[in-house]
Design a protein around this ligand. Structure first.
Ligand code: FES
Length: 92
């Protein structure tokens, strides 16, 4: 029997400051992080959900990286099902 490591899901919660600044945190990524962590705790999302770094796509966040899979943009707390699908589709 082979044991596989759990999938990791990284949520950018980075703030950027300045008059033109846009960031995942300003677009609600803290709420998204909480929703994904709750889904994982309830067994609806088979992943470890962690705070991630800025992925450099700050204007189209909140951004979520599925380790070994997709980088998702514009993810909202009601998009948990899309994250579940992305975890299922990852390559490792
Ligand atoms: S602030 Fe989230 S990708 Fe840069």
């Amino acid at each position: 029997m082979t044991e596989t490591s759990p999938c990791r899901v990284l949520v950018c919660t980075h703030y950027r400051f300045g008059p033109q600044a846009q960031s995942c945190a300003m677009r609600g990524s803290e709420e998204l992080l909480a929703a994904l962590q709750q889904a994982a705790a309830e067994g609806r999302l088979a992943a470890e959900v962690e705070v991630g770094v800025c992925f450099g796509h700050c204007t189209i966040g909140p951004n979520v990286k599925i380790v070994g899979g997709a980088l998702l943009h514009g993810v909202a707390p009601h998009d948990v099902a899309a994250v579940v699908d992305a975890v299922a589709a990852r390559s490792d």
